[in-house]
Design a protein around this ligand. Structure first.
Ligand SMILES: [Zn+2]
Length: 319
């Protein structure tokens, strides 16, 4: 039987698994509870057991598994396969997670941060296919990023390359969770977009969002885009500023690595074409005139599966 690859995506609540063939077609997927409070050894053992189960469930044996890829939030030494720390998993400190998984499964393993696995998934099988130079954003509570340069993920000196959410676009501006001021994450993530709208409504700027705040006690990013689509001026302004700030980062990155594609993913892309078109418009308005830029700005295609697909693709590409 042909070889298969396992892709794993560790989240704070669940761990997702996918079984893939050599062309990264998905054969089967499932998930287990993360149970992060049990610590690294128990979790890796449970992951090993579930790999055996999902392999058998799909009529393969563990002999057929060629390699395993795993993505997770957290800080890593990717060369050594060590998880330094993870906000979702406080017990995981300086854990040699790749070696533990490799010992448990007797397979070659690769570990990556989850924004990079999602990026690699879109590169291998999604919106970034065929584009060896690509920049990827996840727009959620924060802004994650990944960079494909000449067909490879960019890691940098200390594996923090591609942290695009912390590009400063407003010097001296809003304090970001990272300690810098003015990061794109502090303005244009879903949470930050909602926060800017909430602050404006509390400051008595007229808006239909006031009713949302009065009724629900909070304004979501989705509310901002829904009310913008209905023509609320404040919501339109906030949504447009978010798109402009994202376009600024695209222009910065265009001048850094000259990607052919910018791929946006995450919960905020549910805002749809109005968001995408606004990013494209601001990009076109602000980009230099030195030459005509042949660049595509688009949404991700793989949804929640991008993590397991990317992890399996990285496993397939282990040298
Ligand atoms: Zn930051």
């Amino acid at each position: 039987m042909s070889k298969i690859y396992i892709g794993i995506d560790i989240g704070g609540t669940n761990i997702k698994f996918g079984v893939f063939d050599k062309d990264l077609n998905i054969i089967g997927k499932s998930s287990i509870e993360a149970k992060v409070e049990t610590g690294a050894e128990v979790m890796i053992d449970r992951i090993g057991s579930h790999i055996e189960k999902i392999t058998a469930d799909n009529n393969y044996t563990t002999e057929d598994v060629k390699a395993v890829g795993m993505g997770s939030t957290g800080q890593f030494n990717l060369t050594e396969g060590i998880m330094y720390s993870c906000p979702n998993m406080p017990l995981f400190k300086n854990v040699p997670i790749r070696k533990m998984l490799s010992d448990r499964t007797s397979k070659p393993c690769v570990i990556e941060n989850d924004a990079n696995t999602a990026c690699y998934g879109e590169y291998a099988c999604g919106a970034g296919q065929g584009s060896d130079n690509m920049v990827f954003f996840t727009l959620g509570t924060g802004i994650g990023g990944g960079i494909i340069l000449d067909g490879k993920l960019v890691h940098g000196t200390d594996d923090s390359g591609g942290e695009l959410g912390h590009i400063i676009i407003h010097p001296g501006g809003r304090l970001c969770g990272c300690g810098q001021r003015g990061c794109i994450e502090a303005y244009a993530s879903a949470s930050s977009t909602a926060r800017r709208a909430t602050e404006a409504v509390i400051a008595c700027e007229p808006s239909s969002l006031k009713e949302v705040l009065d009724e629900k006690g909070a304004i979501s990013c989705k509310d901002v885009f829904v009310h913008a689509a209905k023509g609320d001026k404040l919501a339109e302004k906030i949504a447009d500023e978010t798109a402009r700030d994202l376009a600024i980062v695209c222009i910065i990155m265009r001048h850094v690595t000259e990607p052919h594609k910018f791929v946006f993913s995450g919960g905020m892309i549910a805002a749809g074409e109005p968001l995408l078109n606004a990013i494209k418009k601001h990009f076109a308005d602000m980009i230099w005139s030195m030459k005509k830029e042949d660049v595509e700005i688009c949404f991700a295609q793989l949804g929640e599966d991008s993590g397991i697909i990317g992890a399996a693709a990285l496993a397939r590409d282990i040298k």
